[in-house]
Write a protein that binds this ligand. Sequence first.
Ligand code: FE2
Length: 234
Amino acid sequence: MNASTAQSKRMSKEYYYPTQIYFTDLAAAKTLNAELKSHIYAWRERDPAGVVRTNTPQLGAWHSPTDMHVKREYNTLTAEIFEFMHGVYDDLRYDQSFEPVCDSMWVNINPKYSYNRHHTHPHALWSGVYYVQAPSNCGLLCFTDPRPQAQVLTPYYDQNNRRMETWNEIYYQPQAGRIIVFPAWLDHAVQPNLSEEEGQAADRISVSFNFYQRRRGAGPNPYRTEVVRQDLAP
Ligand SMILES: [Fe+2]
């Protein structure tokens, strides 16, 4: 037995302060995305100015208003997102007397060359994204290490054998039909869309949303546009 094996036999390791990123792929995404696309482009026609947040309207990007979660035509997607968020809250063993509540949901259409600056989502516990259309090279979703102190001195790693929990940056490839959920405080950005498709086929279309908790049975906060799962019933 060499020294390093002997050392590992005596060594225990525990993880604290983990940063969870959840994801899933919706089974019926193809049909759903075709419907969503027609509603989304019609919405942009009606409201071409949209709103400006972390996107790049100077490059043709469009950010919808943030009330998508109360629009009936998006109920199927909103219900899927609620189903997933209930799973996240159960996994985290949140107090069952509170339930997931959504107060904002919106679309980003990022045409070629557009991107989203680094940002977090204030006034939320969890945020997420759903991809309606994601052509090749349309921009990776990038999360950065939320511990600035961990960057003061970065070690040299064996790059062929590096543990994923030591990564300082994480990149997710957008994929149509995929939901990705992350802590709202986790810094993230979207890289430029370098798709080689033509016209609308080059658009990166994503839906974003914010969730927090509300005590079951409590009415909505009058200052926010809150929706819980039961509110989606037709
Ligand atoms: Fe974001």
